[in-house]
Ligand binder design. Structure first.
Ligand code: TRP
Length: 337
């Protein structure tokens, strides 16, 4: 029987997930899972998280749990999707070493994702990058190929990493024989979500994010502080929704009619920003309600989450062992077999 195509994707556990992740990847993940056409795997990339948080293991440990809760609360169903912890798969480390022969240092230094991240991480690395961080694209290639992942749903920023994986696969196959599967990146239909402050990116370190786990009060408070048209000082000043973050978020969370009314009244100076923000906060609260409720359920049943992780990890270990066997055979490392 032909097996279903494998999907492999993952998150670094460095913080709770926010609505940028929700639109950028979680929604697509859940849709792909529910289509029933694939066999999806989600890895919690704790080893990768340590590459730039090696001095903060407690943060990584705590966030493994948070990221699992975020995935489950958005509709990831452990009956359909295998969720596992990267560090529990020793084959990842093993395969990373094998792959490291197939990648040059300068190729890694030229990887655009690594370059961008490094520029943002001067406080961790200073001018000198670690061997581990420079090499994380190699270990990501191991993540993907151990599961023979055909499809990798990711955000745009991850494309250079998938390209790097494809290069490693081609090189490996050309030397050792046709063993590895070349993955394909699938981009989410939704673009990156801007921050409440108008920043192009929503991020934890930027303080401009709405988290999936935020309470109703937190959501309202954050929306009330969102950046609006700076030219609009009094309620009856004519507004410009094109430069207003509240209007931008209405586009993500409100109905078509609401958006039309909001924008029309804003332009005519007939609607105050406070009312507009309240309406938006309510819509966000409603959209995220099922997610919050599911999260609450899992928070109250930690033993269920443990079980999901233990079973997912077991299944992932088994797949990794199988692939590793093939890899070692191809590399003539199959001693005593
Ligand atoms: N690099 C991804 C991130 O920063 C996490 C990740 C690790 C990943 N391994 C992966 C994503 C494999 C897709 C496939 O979020």
């Amino acid at each position: 029987m032909e097996r279903k195509k494998r999907i492999l994707t993952g998150d670094r556990p460095t913080g709770r997930l926010h609505i940028g992740h929700y639109f950028g990847s979680l929604k697509t993940r859940v849709e792909l899972q529910n289509s029933g056409e694939y066999d999806p795997f989600i890895l919690i990339a704790d080893v990768q998280a340590l590459t730039d948080n090696f001095n903060n293991p407690q943060k990584v440990r705590e966030n493994v749990r948070q990221v699992v809760l975020d995935n489950l609360s958005c509709g990831i169903d452990p009956e359909k999707t295998t969720i596992y912890i990267q560090s529990m798969i020793p084959e990842v480390a093993e395969l990373t070493i094998f792959y490291s022969n197939l990648v040059t240092v300068s190729r890694l230094q030229r990887n655009p994702t690594v370059k961008t991240e490094l520029a943002q991480k001067k406080e961790v690395f200073g001018e000198n990058i670690t061997y581990g961080f420079l090499g994380y694209p190699v270990s990501q290639a191991a993540d993907i190929t151990l599961y023979e992942g055909e499809i990798v749903p990711v955000g745009e920023d991850q494309l250079p990493l998938i390209e790097q994986t494809r290069e490693i696969v081609r090189k490996f196959n050309s030397i050792y024989g046709d063993v590895l599967v070349e993955p394909e990146a699938v981009l989410s239909k939704n673009k990156r979500v801007k921050g409440l402050d108008g920043n192009d990116k929503m991020g934890k370190s930027l303080g401009n994010a709405i988290y999936l786990s935020d309470s109703e009060e937190e959501i309202t408070k954050k929306v009330m502080g969102a950046v609006t048209d700076p030219g609009r000082i009094k309620k009856d000043d004519l507004g410009n929704p094109d430069i207003c973050m509240v209007a931008y978020y209405h586009n993500l969370f409100s109905s078509k009619e609401e958006i039309d009314t909001v924008c029309k009244e804003c332009r005519a100076g007939a609607r105050g920003c406070v009312a507009c923000k309240r309406q938006l906060a309510n819509n966000i609260i409603e959209e995220l309600r099922p997610i919050r409720e599911k999260r609450e359920y899992y928070e109250k049943h930690p033993e269920e989450v443990d079980k999901i992780l233990i079973e997912g990890t077991k299944k992932a270990q088994e797949v990794a062992r199988q692939t590793m066997k093939k890899v070692k055979k191809a590399m003539k490392l199959d001693y005593f077999e």
